[in-house]
Design a protein around this ligand. Structure first.
Ligand SMILES: Cc1cc2nc3c(=O)[nH]c(=O)nc-3n(C[C@H](O)[C@H](O)[C@H](O)COP(=O)(O)O)c2cc1C
Length: 339
């Protein structure tokens, strides 16, 4: 897939609303490669999105799956944090959910993608097992795996990944690391590319890439393509919520990696919820995600940017408000100028 990709630009999967079939189709029709995000979608909703996407484009596309956490977190570790969130939400009249554990219907979504294959299936938060990789290959899909360290890259190569998505610490949204462990080092996109230059698989660079010049830098350091997420959040085809768009447009507030919203490290624009809860937040995903989800949904509906996860990469101030196809064309022109 990557050999033929021109321009070498990949639209990242953007779970939680921004990913839409219209956005993916526009990117693919413009000659780049787009991912649908299946994270948080019920299997039936994924099937609907796949059907809609296929009605909009005949070009190849990818679907991203979250690898579920291996086991529930210990309730004793997150109970005080859940109480803190409950008090904060209660004072504002916002709803909270229960801290339950689930696998985000991983098996059902994987089965769906075996029955109804996509040209590429990418994984985040871990390495699919050998059986899943084998079934996807038999179905004709390439398997891409998101990695954030050299040791995760070695596991992905050994496990049969066809390409590695190297996600640097600059990236917006969740860290795609195999485990949410504080003791692990974080690597920037360029550091990862240089460290993994000898990898016997094509590399896709992700994190902080917002312009043709940034993409050119990644390609010069050995990437076969660049995966951009934040750059597409202001496209009209994206499902980005209005208060999230407004925060992206302001561009003057820094981003930070926090576990406050979901119990898993993720980068977003600093707001009141993050500032108040970052220090007490714990690693417990998806339990904390389920606790804050009703609160975030209500805040989005109210247009209240103070209480929602404003996922964005470090360089988000460079996001452009252009139709997706035009953004792909502008990036391709900038890339040609920079190369
Ligand atoms: C709103 C948002 C949602 C994201 N959702 C996903 C996802 O569902 N799966 C995934 O692998 N990565 C997801 N990411 C991370 C991207 O794949 C990618 O690593 C990141 O966007 C690259 O950095 P950038 O945002 O600076 O371009 C998301 C990022 C953002 C900003």
């Amino acid at each position: 897939m990557l050999d033929r990709l021109q321009p070498p630009i990949v639209l990242a999967p953007l779970a939680g609303g921004p990913s839409t079939p219209a956005l993916v189709a526009a990117v693919c029709e413009a000659g780049a490669f787009g991912f649908l995000a299946s994270g948080y979608l019920r299997p039936a909703a994924l099937a609907e999105q796949l059907a809609e996407l296929r009605s909009l484009t005949r070009r190849p596309f990818g679907v991203n799956l979250f690898i579920p956490a291996p086991r529930p977190a210990d309730p004793a570790t997150y109970a005080p944090y859940v109480e803190e969130i409950g008090r904060w939400a209660g004072a504002r009249g916002l709803p909270v959910g229960e801290p339950w554990f689930d696998d985000d219907a991983y098996t059902e979504k994987l089965d769906l993608l075996i029955r109804d294959p996509a040209p590429v299936v990418s994984f985040t938060f871990g390495m699919p097992d050998a059986e899943a990789v084998g079934r996807l290959h038999d179905a004709g899909s390439e398997v891409w795996v998101t990695v954030t360290t050299p040791s995760e890259a070695a596991i992905a190569v050994a496990g049969g990944a066809d390409a590695l998505v190297l996600q640097g610490t600059e990236a917006g949204g969740h860290r795609g690391s195999f485990s949410d462990d504080d003791s692990r080092p974080g690597y920037s996109t360029l550091s990862l590319l240089q460290l993994l230059a000898g990898t016997p698989r094509p590399l896709v660079a992700a994190g902080g890439l917002m312009s043709g010049a940034g993409i050119a830098a990644a390609l010069a350091a050995g990437a076969r393509a660049a995966q951009l997420g934040t750059a597409f959040l202001l496209c009209p085809e994206a499902g980005t919520a209005a208060p999230h768009r407004a925060a992206l447009r302001r561009g003057d507030v820094p981003t930070k990696v926090t576990r406050a919203f979901t119990g898993r490290a993720a980068r977003g624009i600093v707001n009141e919820f993050m500032a108040e809860h970052d220090a007490a937040a714990v690693s417990a995903y998806p339990e904390i995600h389920h606790v804050t989800q009703p609160l975030r949904r209500q805040a989005r509906a109210d247009g209240d940017a103070a209480a929602i996860n404003l996922w964005a990469g470090e360089a988000y101030a460079l996001a452009r408000e252009l139709p997706a196809a035009e953004l792909v064309r502008v990036l391709a022109t900038e890339l040609a100028d920079a190369a």
